[in-house]
Design a protein. Structure first.
Length: 367
């Protein structure tokens, strides 16, 4: 545990009695009419569309829960840095000091690699396949099984759909260009890039633009046209690679302290589940609504060149991805269990996707 995390957890524990009085965790039960007052921290900064505010965001989920509960269930939201640093939500919720945290599960893959699968898998399933696996293929149950030793419960809360490969100062035309490249890239994709010589780094959203602008990094991945334009990444690099190989569907995570979750009456649990499930659809619909215009604007008005990665580069990335996945699965029985479930479901879903949406995009839309 880092010194900063230890200081936070120690200080928070010391003030836990005061926190209980001032509106921190209120333990609920089915017989108690008292309002439940919880806190939700976030890995993303203040004002961020999708990740903090707007349709399908954590604050939108909070509003839905408040409305459904008639004011019985109140959740106070804290963006990254307002209560804890961006990437310390896992430990804070595990300690029971914070009841909820919004992030992406792949941020915790250093603690348990299996967490990676619940956000996204490079060269993996689309939004439709990933959601199908989570809700109807055993993925959500595996998520709880992975987190059970940590005293945590998790729910999917949003999805960006397919993401963009990222921003580069120079176009990537050969796999050798990846050697020594300093890139902001989280999750399994960072391990894959590292296997090909990339210096992969994880930075909070608010730190990406200044790092790219100052040359601290040479390339950066964030989300997609709308979100990336908002950060101004097009002002620091002009080559925007597509394909979304690394994050074909990026699912957000609501992390919940299991003791607190277990204390909730069943109607409040259903409110949380329903609000999160609604947000998964609403956030994707919003992302699909805004990205087309943003991409057109970036290309036509900001001098951005958007182009796919060359096939040889994609081939190298694909090989490195599946080598990494097999290595991790062979090293941990739980990772193997999640990996095999995901890949078995993917094989079935790929057949359907290829016969349905794939042919529709190719033959009907001519894409």
């Amino acid at each position: 545990m880092s010194l900063s995390r230890r200081k936070f957890l120690t200080a928070a524990a010391a003030s836990s009695t005061a926190g209980l009085i001032l509106g921190a965790p209120a333990i609920a039960n089915a017989q108690s009419p008292r309002p439940v007052n919880w806190r939700m921290t976030n890995a993303y900064g203040p004002g961020a569309p999708f990740y903090t505010e707007g349709p399908g965001s954590p604050t939108d989920i909070i509003q839905k829960i408040g409305a459904m509960s008639g004011g019985r269930f109140n959740i106070q939201h804290f963006a990254a840095g307002e209560l804890i640093p961006a990437f310390e939500g896992f430990e804070a919720v595990q300690a029971g000091i914070i009841e909820m945290n919004a992030a992406n599960s792949y941020f915790w893959s250093g603690t348990t690699f299996a967490a990676q699968y619940f956000t996204t898998v490079p060269f993996g399933m689309s939004y439709m396949g990933h959601m199908a696996w989570l809700y109807h293929g055993g993925g959500l149950e595996l998520w709880q099984e992975v987190y059970e030793p940590y005293g945590l419960v998790a729910l999917p809360i949003n999805n960006t759909g397919v993401q963009m490969t990222g921003w580069f100062r120079e176009p990537i035309e050969d796999v050798n260009q990846l050697r020594g490249l300093r890139m902001r890239i989280p999750g399994l994709a960072g391990q894959v890039y590292a296997a090909l010589g990339v210096d992969a780094r994880v930075l909070p959203g608010g730190e990406i633009f200044p790092a790219l602008e100052r040359g601290v990094i040479d390339a950066a991945e964030f989300v997609g046209p709308y979100q990336d334009r908002r950060l101004g990444l097009h002002n620091a690099a002009k080559y925007y690679h597509t394909t979304g190989w690394h994050e074909p569907a990026t699912t957000g995570e609501l992390l919940i302290s299991k003791p607190h979750w277990d204390s909730l009456p069943e109607d409040m649990k259903m409110m949380v589940r329903s609000a999160c499930q609604a947000a998964c659809l609403e956030s994707l619909a919003w992302s699909e609504a805004v990205n087309g215009e943003a991409l057109t604007d970036l290309v036509e008005n900001h001098g951005v060149t958007a182009q796919v990665l060359p096939d040889p580069v994609l081939k190298a990335l694909r090989e490195a991805t599946f080598d990494t996945l097999e290595t991790e699965a062979n090293a941990d029985p739980m990772v193997r269990k999640v990996h095999d479930s995901y890949m078995a479901f993917k094989a079935k879903h790929d057949r359907w996707a290829g016969a349905s949406e794939g042919l529709w995009l190719k033959d009907i839309l001519g894409v």
